[in-house]
Write a protein that binds this ligand. Sequence first.
Ligand code: SF4
Ligand code: SF4
Length: 344
Amino acid sequence: MRFPLSLLCSMSFYMLRRKLFCRGKFPLVLMLEPLHACNLHCSGCGRIREYSDTISKRLSVVECIDSVVDAGAPIVSICGGEPLIYPEIVELVDRVIRLGKHIYLCTNGQLLADKLAEFTALAQRHHLVRKRMYWNVHVDGMSQTHDAIVEKSGAFDAAIKGITAAKQAGFFVYTNTTLYKQTTINELIELAKLFERLRVDGMMIAPGYGYDAVKEEGTDNNFFLTRNEIYETFREVRAKLSKFRITATPVFLDFLCGERKLPCAAWANPTRNVKGWKAPCYLITDKHYDSYKDFLQLTDWSKIGYGNDPRCEQCMMHCGYEPAAVLFANRLTDLIRLARWQIQ
Ligand code: SF4
Ligand code: SF4
């Protein structure tokens, strides 16, 4: 199975309920950023640049929990910054799981091996932790490439050590790889083989996006893929990595290969951070709202997405289009492909 059955069941029942009883827009995954501070300084990271003025601020656990309840999404992606340097991270995970949610705990993996004992202790007190919390470790290539992108020698080895330890401790572990112009298919295959040996549960591959916050004066930012380059790259990814556990759904892969059009559904993947509810999406910022309701109702959704906003022209990111690939996969053939893909 590509994703745990409990996650699949929660998501399916939630979507069915929302589609039957509330016709409007609804969230699938809450991106919760309790802090933006990080122990790395990656070339492609918008967060540490855009939020440099609030980098020392944090949401309290109570604010985090209120946001989880406010959104109501069945999945909470705890990201940042680096969530493992959030002092109350174990308490936060515990409380989010007690609310019946599933967690992607997104990390650069540098502290994963060291912090694992605390999560193992939590899992011993609370049996749902191993079932409902999934590590999501950021690895952008093999050693040389990854260390260059995150600008730290030894970062790859630390992340791999963390992944190995988390698998040995019985946790679900997924990985997250961003593709840049320099990424080669051979290196991706090498990485996928390594993850297979480590028994990684799934590998997420996403195209990098050159949003304004990433662009620093004096750099040409020539490492982000354009829309046409994304099509070309993902056709090759689909052809050559199909035997590995890639987590992009079939419809989302069709979209990344340029074989299907999808609208941006950024409202289904809201971001909550120290400044509020970030609108319109995880990548670009016009405003931060005080509540999820305001974020949803006061953002003009007709003005975002490909063809509507110049900032969206090259964007094919999962935060806008992966929920769309789930929400708009209504054809019988889509559902059959999705079911087959899930059990592979
Ligand atoms: S690890 Fe993540 S949050 Fe930290 S600098 Fe890199 S991309 Fe940004
Ligand atoms: S297409 Fe959607 S996810 Fe991408 S930048 Fe625009 S609003 Fe954000």
